[in-house]
Design a protein around this ligand. Structure first.
Ligand code: ITT
Length: 184
């Protein structure tokens, strides 16, 4: 089964390739442009991207919108994660949480998929905590400050396979694979 992964983020593309490649999918990466609308949920952003890409006749494709939701910051950066990452960055997030003992957070991922003309979304979530300082050189984005529940390492200190086994995106990809396999 061939599936095109649409993202401007090479780290995401690697995670998709790694997870779906092992499940028998042939993955192609494409960096198509999609305006991320201001919306309250990841689902809305994904649905909007799907409709922007529909006229391009890309064949079977998937894309995701993800966000880091920090409880002590009222869920910020959430749907604004991309903007927060490129403006205040990891150091800015740590500064906002300076002195906060309550560090619980979660990553959420919503994948939109267009397969044989049918569109659907699947979701995945990973609970965890914000580290006191960045650690690790792997992964991308907020990985150096996110410690998944039950672990003492950040995502950036894990291999792609270990991260995929527990992450928001890894879980959403599992759901995607299950749904796709039910359609063939
Ligand atoms: P595309 O929209 O082109 O796929 P993006 O990097 O903008 O790429 P998102 O909007 O989904 O992707 O991501 C929002 C922000 O959250 C962005 O800064 C990412 O680096 C970060 N992010 C997303 N998934 C992440 C993950 O698994 N680990 C760490 N940070 C992540």
């Amino acid at each position: 089964m061939k599936l095109r992964i649409i993202t401007s983020n090479p780290g995401k593309a690697t995670e998709f390739r790694r997870a779906l490649g092992g499940m028998g999918f042939e993955i192609e990466h494409a960096d198509e442009d999609c305006d991320e609308i201001q919306a309250d949920t990841l689902q809305e952003v994904v649905r909007s991207c799907m409709s922007q890409l529909r006229p391009l006749a890309l064949g079977d494709f998937a894309l995701d919108d993800s966000g880091l939701f920090i409880d002590a910051l009222g869920g910020f950066p959430g749907v604004y994660s991309s903007y927060a990452f490129s403006t205040i960055g990891i150091e800015g997030i740590l500064r906002l949480m300076d002195g906060d003992e309550e560090r619980s957070a979660r990553f959420e991922c919503c994948i939109g998929c267009s397969f044989r003309g049918e569109e659907f979304t699947v979701e995945g979530r990973c609970d965890g905590a914000i580290a006191l300082r960045p650690a690790g050189a792997g992964g991308f984005g907020f990985d150096p400050i996110f410690i998944p529940s039950g672990y003492e390492k950040t995502f950036a200190e894990m291999s792609i396979d270990v991260k995929n086994g527990i992450s928001h995106r890894g879980r959403a990809i599992q759901a995607l694979s299950g749904t796709l396999k039910g359609k063939v």
